[in-house]
Design a protein around this ligand. Sequence first.
Ligand code: AHR
Length: 493
Amino acid sequence: TPAQVSVSIDTSHPGDVIQPAVEGQFAENLGRGLYQGIWVGPGSSIPNTDGYRNDVMAALKKLHVPVIRWPGGCFADTYDWRDGIGPAAKRPRRINGNWGGVTDDNSFGTNEFMNYSERLGADAYVSLNLGSLPAHTSAQWVEYMTSDSDSTLAQERRANGRDKPWKNLKYVGFGNELWGCGGDMNATYATELFKRYAAFVNPAPGAPSFVKVASGPHDTQYDWTETLMKNGGKQLGAISLHYYTIPGDWEHKGSATGFTRQEWATTLSKARAIDGMIARHSAIMDKYDPDKKVALYVDEWGTWYDQEPGSHPGFLYQQNTLRDAEVAALTLNIFFRHTDRVKLAAIAQMVNVLQAMILTKGDKMLLTPTYDVFHMYIPFQGATPYPASVSGPEYKQGDVDLPMVDVSAAKGTDGKLYLSLVNLDPDRAAHVVTGLKGAATGQILTGPKMDTHNTFNAPNTIHPMAYSGKMSGGKLSFDLPAKSVAVVAVTQQ
Ligand code: AHR
């Protein structure tokens, strides 16, 4: 018998608007994320436009990607932007020391990234190299991208085929994981470095301003947040937070497919742990910034499993199943509850890396269940969230104990009320009764198995299906199957 769940939505206490950027993407020069994933080059036999894969570009356009973070990740603090400009044939070949030790030809560089994000209608979030290059180099990079003058750098951009500066550089990251791959620094040193670089890296005269993002903590690294907030200075626009959902530990992360019930439950429980971390980082931020001028950007999040057996070491290629869809939905719902601080987030990563939207193999492409969730969640971009309280049974598995159903509610920019309903239980359906009256239609994502996923031979195995609620006993209610994510628009009576 289905579990009885009731939901009440409090429209009298709206939260801050859900910034579209919380549905952002991270695209590092890692594995087949850029090369083969979005970029095949103009000479490729894979259908492309100016070197960009047509299939991937079309799929991303449908996702309304608000922002893309590039070029890293750990790669950012090894990257010299000058390697990736000018005639492709003259660009140097460099070894990617972080990711697989492979050599690439730098054919995907600044112009290629900025043009790509512009074509997608996305803002650009560029991460500078603080770890291994001087501030002057970063200042010159920003001038190259943003100056409309006749400076030598602006002229160089024009000679490279781009007349006008890009207007979509909205976020600039000052290094990445400076406590780790970005230079193994301590928080005090990293904070001073942020201030020094931030003093010199500014938009060109007349160019739109951008948010200066300091490399922030991971997980529960609260002392890092404390130091940054205390001493970060006036330039600090946002601090980043990285959190990955790993079912096991770093040595044995667990398989992306073929996992147990316990691993399903542990994964969802670990994904939900970000809620408490955001709350605590936010509380520290509140101490130093009660007016909430500094934002928290969760600019790396998502599942991280053992990479697919047989895939190139260091490429972080993994399958993506219904479990990942649940992680995506639960995490976005958590972001919607922290809109006072979380103004941007970027899932790791967009194509072929970690919890990807899209996987490619040669000329083939598939959309993952995570893609489906992001697509279903488009109406939440720019929406006004309402608190939703859910009462019903717990979902228990071994030592894991979670609310069985998770709900998000928000008023979309079209004026409609949107609900997201997530059933975490892999075995039990729920009957969800709301306090609303009216009709509700939308889509649901579910599948017969916990690891239901698409393959290149069967790319349509899992995809969203039409879904609706019904009025029963004068209340709008939903029959929510086990292991499912639904998003509906409510037409209230
Ligand atoms: O997303 C993969 C890597 O994870 C990033 O390069 C790094 O920032 C993080 O540790």
